[in-house]
Design a protein around this ligand. Structure first.
Ligand code: ADP
Ligand code: MG
Length: 152
């Protein structure tokens, strides 16, 4: 299933993340694709907010993986932008680290070959100054989730 959404602002993108958080469970993998500055971290901020996490989500520019534990479900946020190779990503052992968390990975294209079959892919594109198209693509068991709730 594919859902296409539009965002007109940073706040819209965060609201989409908050709404998505209601569909998330421990063990989920969400992969975020899109160029630098498109709003991936903003979306993760909305997800964190919806999960009841009281910390501010920032781009883990130097820290590659950050875990937030103050919400209903732990959230593991990984930004692979600074990673030199897929080998370094494997070294982080993110899937093992996040088995009972929601895992959100920014810059998913770089890790596509190691992503588990069951995952939600989110692709954000710039369509105007502050306009974004946000496409949600269900893979594997994600096709059973009520993703249509996202466009209501
Ligand atoms: N519709 C929008 N959605 C998300 N961010 C937006 C939007 N319009 C403008 N922005 C701005 O774009 C930037 C996105 O930054 P960020 O979320 O860190 O991007 P990324 O993680 O993809 O590099 C922020 O400065 C944000 O305020
Ligand atoms: Mg980012």
């Amino acid at each position: 299933m594919t859902i296409d959404l539009n965002s007109g602002s940073d706040a819209d993108t965060r609201a989409i993340g908050r709404r998505l958080s209601g569909l998330l469970r421990a063990g989920d993998v969400v992969v975020l694709c899109g160029s630098l500055g498109v709003g991936k971290t903003a979306l993760v901020g909305g997800i964190a907010d919806g999960l009841g996490i009281d910390e501010q989500v920032t781009s883990p520019s130097f820290v590659l993986m950050k875990k937030y534990i103050s919400g209903f479900i732990p959230l593991v946020h990984v930004d692979v932008y600074r990673l030199g190779s897929l080998g370094e990503f494997d070294d982080l052992d993110v899937y093992e680290e996040s088995r009972s968390s929601v895992l959100v990975v920014e810059w998913g294209d770089a890790v596509a070959s190691s992503v588990p079959d069951d995952h939600l892919e989110i692709r954000i594109e710039i369509t105007g100054d502050s306009d974004r198209s946000i496409r949600l693509d269900a893979h594997g068991n994600w096709t059973d989730r009520p993703l249509e709730e996202m466009s209501e």
